[in-house]
Ligand binder design. Structure first.
Ligand code: RBF
Length: 166
């Protein structure tokens, strides 16, 4: 469903308990009004589903381009079961938008496979700041909420499938 029709804070399917899960949250400082709102949404949602505050490791990176390496550091140097990457890339007059979006989406995809661990793509890619704010706690909900629920569901999936194998 196109995000203009979807409220990003509305969840579908059962949401498992996050009580015993650990999360790293890596967010970009570029477009900080938006990314702070994404971060707050993600934290609130993790806590809502039972995560403990001490099990949420929060780190900033300069921009969305740095989310890939920041995410890798979080996987290597924290005990996170999942890494939530939050950023906001707004279309400008140069081709930076395309380069950054391509780099971060490919980078995060690779991290999922490399570490066999969920790295969630919580990056808004919009034409302007209003569209971003609409998706960071505005009329279309909060992508931070969606990213947090995705992390919980993917950790749960890994937990149940890896236990079955044993
Ligand atoms: N980072 C973002 O997270 N969002 C942006 O919208 C964004 N736009 C940028 C536009 C230009 C022209 C440049 C040079 C950088 C931009 N960045 C943006 C920063 C980028 O992700 C990265 O931090 C820097 O390029 C340093 O590697």
């Amino acid at each position: 469903m196109a995000s203009r029709l979807k409220n990003l804070s509305k969840t579908e399917g059962a949401i498992p308990s996050a009580k015993n899960m650990k999360f790293a949250l890596v967010y970009a400082e570029w477009n900080s009004e938006v990314t702070n709102a994404l971060k707050e949404g993600a934290i609130k949602t993790l806590l809502k589903y039972g995560a403990h505050k001490k099990n949420i490791f929060i780190h900033a990176v300069p921009g969305s381009f740095e989310l890939t390496l920041g995410g890798q550091y979080a996987a290597l140097y924290t005990k996170a079961d999942a890494v939530i990457c939050l950023g906001c890339v707004i279309q400008g007059e140069t081709r930076h938008f395309d380069f950054i979006c391509d780099a971060v989406s490919n980078g995060i995809t690779e991290l999922n496979i490399k570490y066999n661990k969920p790295f969630v793509f919580g990056v808004l890619t919009t034409q302007n700041q209003k569209q971003a704010l609409d998706r960071a706690g505005g009329k279309h909900g909060n992508k931070g909420d969606e990213a947090a629920v995705t992390a919980i569901k993917m950790v749960h999936l890994k937990n149940i499938l890896s236990k079955k194998k044993k």
